[in-house]
Design a protein around this ligand. Sequence first.
Ligand code: SF4
Ligand code: SF4
Length: 182
Amino acid sequence: MAKTKVLERKPLSFAEKTFLPQIVTGLKTTFSSMLQKGVTLQYPEERPTIPDNYRGVPTLVKDPNGREKCVSCQLCEFVCPPKAIRITPGAIDAEAEPERAHVEKAPQEFDINMLRCIYCGLCQEVCPEEAIFLQDIFSLSGYSREEMINNKQKLYELGGTLPDKHFKWDKKKAAEATGNAH
Ligand code: SF4
Ligand code: SF4
């Protein structure tokens, strides 16, 4: 049987019994911190600076002409690891956009469940149309599960319009601007 060693507790000194050394040490830390620059923010009055390429809430964006860029190819829905995206493909209104209606589709419904989303950014990476972007929105709340599902309207409200880099529908105009018109 192992022998048990009993350790005697050292008796407190007079100073230790008054707790004064501990209080002085604590106050020293407090006062030295008061002179340093704060590292916390008074949120929500103060907001942090969001770095470029921050992965916030996923949103849908339109091109500078107000056209829906998403063609409801469903690649993002397929690639999304937690299956947060649900798309119902639809047609483009032929009367409103006759030049596009016979060549492209647009989502009839597009939902992103923010209770499932893990902000991985794979939807943005896979999108061939540069239509979905994780922007700088980081605080999202709701009172019910339903409120945490962003539908197509909300996704466009959050996303807004971004500059179009590949001029899918304005190739001629872009070529003219760069002096490459035929
Ligand atoms: S960021 Fe990731 S988890 Fe969220 S919707 Fe996109 S692919 Fe899905
Ligand atoms: S957001 Fe992009 S990847 Fe997703 S359905 Fe639309 S076009 Fe396809």
